[in-house]
Design a binder for this molecule. Sequence first.
Ligand SMILES: Cc1ncc(COP(=O)(O)O)c(C=O)c1O
Length: 398
Amino acid sequence: MVQFSQSAQAMRSSEIRRLMQLAADPSIISFAGGMPANSLFPIETLDEIWGGLSREEKQVAMQYGPTTGFPALIDSLKTYLRSKGLPVDDQGLIITTGAQQAINLLSKVMLDPGDVVVTENPSFIGALAAFLSYLARIESAPLDNDGIVISQLEKVLDAHASKIKILYLNPCFQNPAGIIYSVERKKALLDLLAGRNLCLLEDDPYSELYFNETDRRLTVPLKAMGKEPVPFCYAGSFAKIFGPGLRLGWLLGPKDIIDKCELAKQSMDACSSTFTQVIANDYLRRKGKLPGYLQSVRTAYARRAGAMLDALETHMPDKVTWTRPKGGFYIWVTMPEAIDATKVFNEAIKKRAAFVIGSAFDPGGTKNNCFRLAFSHTAEGSIAEGVKIIADAISCFL
Ligand SMILES: Cc1ncc(COP(=O)(O)O)c(C=O)c1O
């Protein structure tokens, strides 16, 4: 018999993996994948960038690079992060293989078995998986429309104070709930953190994807608010501003933490792909490319979100509620307590529509009267049909 490690045994999955495999069938209208739309990737820009590189630059792109990242990309990324108001000059910065690796690296350098990570509930499945793989215990506090509920978070922080290592938050267009923290909630959070002994991990892959310019002020990261009552680490990604296929993200944080992450990364993959870092660097440096691209995808995702909200309004039975995102990829749907999203999924999939069940995002793995719809990857013309199938599936259980 193979003896798997405790870490491997702590990994969750089977039911969710089964459902995701079903949802991968191309004949299904799937709202399951939290992915950008293929048709929106800036392929022409990619061709231009690669075609414009010299032979020597292409040779560099094929080579190993420093563990912290391709130096020219570190420089261009710093300029980009400064433009978002983030403190960069007295901080460490490491390029990672996606934001997922940033979460994993911080977990690796911070967590011993039995340590506590506090998360939002619901929370990003990939982060939960990373924390569990280091045998952490996860405690959580619920979200409302303005962010994590401060009174509940305070209780959790007080109850587990000596064991908490990381507070993991995704304040901007949260995955899976789709909500954004209000300015007041962020201020209350900063006040609550004063004097605590933990590290904040702010995960921020979606903040560029606001639908209305007026909401841009809400997208300011906690790390850009000028006050760090505890060490703040800030994870970001090229996945939603260029393409997840690059597998590039970053972690910005106190130098001593980032130095440890560099050591940890050496034993994971030595460096992230130089090939894609060379492309990403050129992309950031081309005047107007990133802003122009972001403008076009904001409009496209806003339309898809609008189509989904309209369809929910038209088709969902009474007693079903949902969030109204101001950006990002997701809508979170809540059904009456007694309805089980797995049963609804099994019914919806027969008619060829799919989503991700709520228990996947519950740190306890149980609460399942809710589910996540991603509007980002589905053509606008198919959204209403898919929502109607899911609404009809819910009606079977009312
Ligand atoms: C909140 C959140 N964090 C991190 C990630 C992972 O991003 P990446 O593709 O850069 O690894 C995702 C991907 O969907 C996400 O939604």
